[in-house]
Design a protein around this ligand. Structure first.
Ligand code: AMO
Length: 439
């Protein structure tokens, strides 16, 4: 069958806007073909679009031969435009259907499809990610990304209301900032550069220009992990505030988390229902436990972590069982936190760093930063880094650098928690992991 051109047809309604009140009206719908059925005297298909779906019903006696031929040619997930009349019909899924007077087939989808778009035949995540465009037409996946879209909007609104200015910093950089995480090298003309692990150093120095900044952007981690909570490219919500300490920015983070949970509950009810997720707002204030207290709780529960070690996954899992909500871990050993974190003058083994946990998942980390050059140089050396490599950063500390603090919040992990999904790959449109570089 020959394909049709869009021509001068334009969509008049989304499927969800078709209600029985429109009975008799002529409408143009555009979308994809769902189930197709032929009952002899009657042919049906479901048209689905971003808003939902609607039944297109063609009674043999009422439509043209051309329309019937077009329906016969349709394959599931083909893209179509339908012009027709709205008819109130009790038996139809939403009490309303459209009887076509003309159909345009814009593209025919191949058969068989790489996955069953109805979801009746379950596909594993790899198959779904390989056919992601088809997968993302399903209501469950759409619910996840509608929530993600809303959350981004809420975060921006909230931070702007707190006088943070949105900035964009380079993603091709010369140095590492997060010592624990490995770098992806890129060839940059005659030099080697890296993909940015974090906007850390840029956001810090920008506090001395714009006072309060935030960035929502990708961070790249060349970690070998192949887990349900790590990816090699993730989106990070980063903030940094001048004249602030860890406690100030923890308050901001707590306020943001509560607001996002509350607003997703209030504004994404449909999506949460589709996801069958009962979202519960974390209890506020979030407990603030020290690293030492966390170790003690773990020890009492039979999980040994030696002092100075980062919390391994089994320890996080146990803590998540013990405190099944949002909480902060503070007073970390200096030696496991990055060079830019301020040490505690009263207890120099410790530093002003925190992690925000939700059950067993680390959502964010942050702290009070060093703002004096001598101390930054000292800590760089202590971490085995060469201060000369940081000269372009350090020179800003001679230009009236200010006390500052901030955090980085993993957007994809936040979406996991808000939508109740278990694998971070489901929270990302085209995830990048150890094995996956396409689509
Ligand atoms: P950190 O390295 O802890 O801190 O990263 C901040 C948050 O980003 C998310 N995240 C990840 N999520 C999934 N997969 C990964 N591989 C991954 N790596 C990080 C987590 C984590 O809590 N510069 C500091 C932040 C700061 O101090 O402002 C930093 O990058 O949710």
């Amino acid at each position: 069958m020959e394909l049709d051109h869009l021509g001068d047809w334009r969509r008049t309604h989304l499927s969800k806007e078709i209600t029985a009140e429109l009975a008799g009206a002529e409408v143009i719908l555009m979308g994809w073909v769902g189930d197709i059925r032929d009952m002899g005297g009657l042919k049906f298909f479901v048209l689905h679009d971003i808003g939902g779906s609607i039944q297109i019903t063609a009674p043999r006696a009422k439509v043209s031969e051309k329309v019937l031929e077009k329906i016969d040619a349709l394959t599931a997930e083909s893209s179509v435009a339908v012009r027709g009349k709205v008819v109130a019909m009790e038996q139809a899924p939403r009490g309303v259907e459209v009887v076509p007077d003309d159909i345009k087939i814009l593209n025919l989808a191949a058969t068989p499809l790489p996955l069953d778009p109805s979801g009746r035949i379950r596909a594993d995540l790899d198959t779904r990610l390989d056919a992601r465009v088809l997968d993302l037409r399903r209501p469950r996946q759409q619910a996840i990304f509608k929530i993600r879209h809303k959350v981004l909007q809420m975060v921006r609104e909230f931070l702007i209301s707190k006088n943070f200015m949105e900035v964009n910093t380079p993603k091709i950089v010369a140095t590492a900032t997060e010592s624990g995480a490995a770098l992806f090298p890129v060839s940059y003309f005659e030099r080697e550069a890296f993909l940015s692990q974090s906007p850390q150093l840029y956001k810090e120095v920008l506090t001395a220009c714009f006072d309060r900044v935030f960035e929502i952007g990708p961070i790249f981690r060349a970690e070998e992990h192949d887990t349900t909570r790590h990816l090699n490219e993730v989106m990070s919500i980063d903030i940094e505030a001048a004249f602030a300490t860890q406690d100030d920015v923890m308050d901001t983070l707590e306020e943001l988390i509560i607001l996002v949970f509350r607003r997703v509950r209030e504004e994404c009810g449909e999506e949460l229902k589709t996801l069958k997720h009962d979202l519960v707002e974390p209890k506020s204030p979030f407990p603030r436990i020290t690293y030492d207290e966390a170790l003690k709780m773990l020890d009492d529960a039979g999980v040994k972590v030696s002092w100075g070690e980062d919390l391994p996954t089994p320890a996080e899992r146990k803590l998540g069982e013990l405190i099944s909500d949002a909480y902060f871990i503070v007073d970390w050993p200096l030696k496991i936190k990055p060079f830019y974190i301020q040490l505690r003058e009263d207890k120099p083994d410790l530093c002003y760093a925190f992690d925000l946990m939700y059950k067993d998942l680390e959502l964010a980390s942050g702290g009070t930063r060093i703002h004096r050059e001598e101390l930054l140089v000292k800590q760089l050396k202590q971490k085995g880094l060469n201060p000369e490599h940081f000269e372009s950063h350090l020179k800003n500390y001679r230009l009236g650098m200010v006390p500052h603090g901030g955090w980085g919040l993993g957007l994809d992990r936040l979406i996991m928690v808000l939508t109740g999904i278990e694998n971070i790959r489901e929270a990302v449109i085209f995830p990048r992991d150890r094995r996956r570089l396409t689509p």
